[in-house]
Write a protein that binds this ligand. Structure first.
Ligand SMILES: [Fe+2]
Length: 271
């Protein structure tokens, strides 16, 4: 029989037995499996590429969101600064000094970064004074208005900022305001920012690195605090005076006006 007369394979019956199963030639099977592997690998490659693009887009969106958040906080803090004729230098110093002191006090880095962002808002209430609480003394109205502006949220940075706003004028000996809290009843954040706010206004710290010595700034600090501030924090701040002055000199060398420089929230930790 020539090949054109062959019966179809699935119709061949040998002596009444069941039709033999068709087997794929080994070479064809290997070729098919290799093709399938190649196809699968190409699909996995495309999926990996797509995932990489999605991850890049997600990271970029996260960065943009974090940047917008940071810049907004900075500009909100400027409201109080502008009212007092100050620019962005002072609020950045207050943030960085608070973070440096928190670090020296042994606080976790995550909290130090949080207080770096929250502390510049301590005087934001000055931006609203005169608008509402005119019956209160100016000092007291700015802490109450600041807490009102920043409070009532569960965002950690604003919760901390509100706590600082209402407590940064409380004093260790109970002579502060608005609640005459004393000692440990004052939250650590308020004790830190209250002390840093005072330290930043010391004449020796203000004239810059070249015009004063660490010893002079330390003596101004210890002689000026009296019983107003947490003595442990005063000691810890005294120990980081050189770092604080180097940080201040660095900030002074930067052209910072009314724009957040966009630095990472731990830039101060290099000092
Ligand atoms: Fe204040």
């Amino acid at each position: 029989m020539n090949t054109s007369q062959r019966e179809p394979l699935d119709e061949i019956v040998l002596d009444g037995a069941a039709p033999a199963p068709l087997t794929e030639p080994e070479s064809v099977r290997l070729q098919r499996e290799a093709h399938e592997r190649k196809h699968t690998l190409a699909q996995v490659g495309r999926m990996m590429g797509d995932l990489h693009i999605l991850r890049c887009k997600r990271d970029a969106a996260y960065k943009a969101l974090a940047r917008a958040h940071q810049e907004t906080l900075f500009r909100l803090a400027l409201v109080g600064s502008l009212r007092r004729g100050e620019d962005g230098q002072r609020i950045l110093r207050i943030g960085a000094l608070s973070a440096l002191l928190a670090r020296a006090a042994g606080c976790p880095m995550e909290w130090c970064e949080l207080i770096y962002q929250a502390a510049p808002l301590h005087d934001v209430g000055y931006g609203a004074t005169g608008a509402d609480a005119s019956s209160l003394p100016e000092g007291e109205s700015h802490v109450r208005l600041g807490a009102m502006l920043l409070g009532g949220t569960d965002l950690p940075v604003l919760k901390l900022a509100a706590e600082i706003a209402i407590t940064h004028h409380e004093r260790w000996d109970g002579s502060g305001f608005p609640h005459c809290l004393s000692r440990g009843a004052i939250p650590l954040s308020g004790r830190i920012v209250g002390l840093v706010d005072h330290f930043d206004s010391l004449p020796g710290f203000n004239v810059g690195v070249e015009m004063a010595s660490d010893a002079l700034v330390r003596s101004q600090l210890t002689s000026s605090v009296g019983s107003s501030f947490d003595p442990t924090l005063v000691e810890q701040l005294s120990e980081i005076v050189p770092k604080a002055r180097t940080m201040r000199a660095f900030l002074s060398s930067q052209a910072i006006g009314y724009h957040d420089p966009g630095w990472d929230t731990d830039w101060w930790s290099v000092f």
